[in-house]
Design a protein around this ligand. Structure first.
Ligand code: FES
Length: 224
């Protein structure tokens, strides 16, 4: 017998969802827009970025909607002021570490706009200043370019490589400001490691930190 569906209230709208549904899925079923950065619905939720915060049951502490499962009768507030304030600050911090503005078509730029931030201002969009990533570009792969300085450590490329392709060519390294992505632990090119050139990493990257050579070559002169 199929399990009984749950009723969840999202921004005042009741939706019926199956057990195991996340708050993010319920919110989207209710037509609410919740920004995300480390989430990709082709991949298992990771819960790393905290951009998808929502209010739950009137509590003071927002929760990550992409990893929190619905309970029957849950009340979700996607416009919870604390959730919006904290998630927006996370996006500001992400922008503040980049050396330049993210390209306008990227998910990061769209997420920044959803919080009222100007992604074209790059690190100046943030209230805080400090060190920005200055890392070498890795173009040793014949088809893919890894612009390390654009990596925001969302883990999507690593998970895509593992979950979509089973290639296990990429590894998350470092912590905090030093966090990044590499092949193996010795700085190999990811082609040298176990990359099969499927492009799943580039396809999921929300900042263009990994792109195909072709896209780089066709970028307008002077483009970020
Ligand atoms: Fe939910 Fe990143 S999108 S924690």
């Amino acid at each position: 017998m199929a399990p009984e569906p749950l009723t969840v209230i999202v921004d005042g709208i009741a939706v019926r969802v199956a057990p195991g549904t996340t708050l993010l899925e319920a919110a989207r079923a209710a037509g609410a827009e919740v920004p995300t950065l480390c989430f990709d619905d082709r991949l298992a939720p990771f819960g790393a970025c905290r951009v998808c915060l929502v209010g739950l049951d009137g509590g003071e502490r927002p929760v990550a909607s992409c990893t929190t499962l619905c309970c029957d009768g849950a009340v979700v507030d996607t416009r919870d002021p604390t959730a919006r304030r904290v998630a927006g600050a996370v996006v500001e911090l992400v922008l503040s570490e980049l050396p330049a503005a993210p390209a306008a078509h990227t998910e990061l730029a769209a997420v920044a706009r959803s919080f009222g931030l100007d992604p074209e201002a790059g690190p100046d969009a943030a209230r805080w200043t400090g060190a920005t990533h200055a890392r070498a570009l890795d173009d040793r792969h014949p088809y893919l370019v890894l612009q390390h300085e654009l990596c925001i450590s969302c883990g999507r490329c690593v998970r895509a490589c593992d979950e979509v392709q089973g290639a296990f060519a990429l590894t998350a390294t470092g912590r905090g400001f030093e966090a990044n992505v590499t092949a193996g632990l010795m700085g190999e090119s990811f082609q040298e490691f176990s990359c099969v050139s499927c492009g799943a990493c580039a396809d999921t990257c929300p900042t263009d930190a990994i792109t195909e050579h072709l896209l780089i070559d066709l970028a307008p002169k002077g483009a970020a």
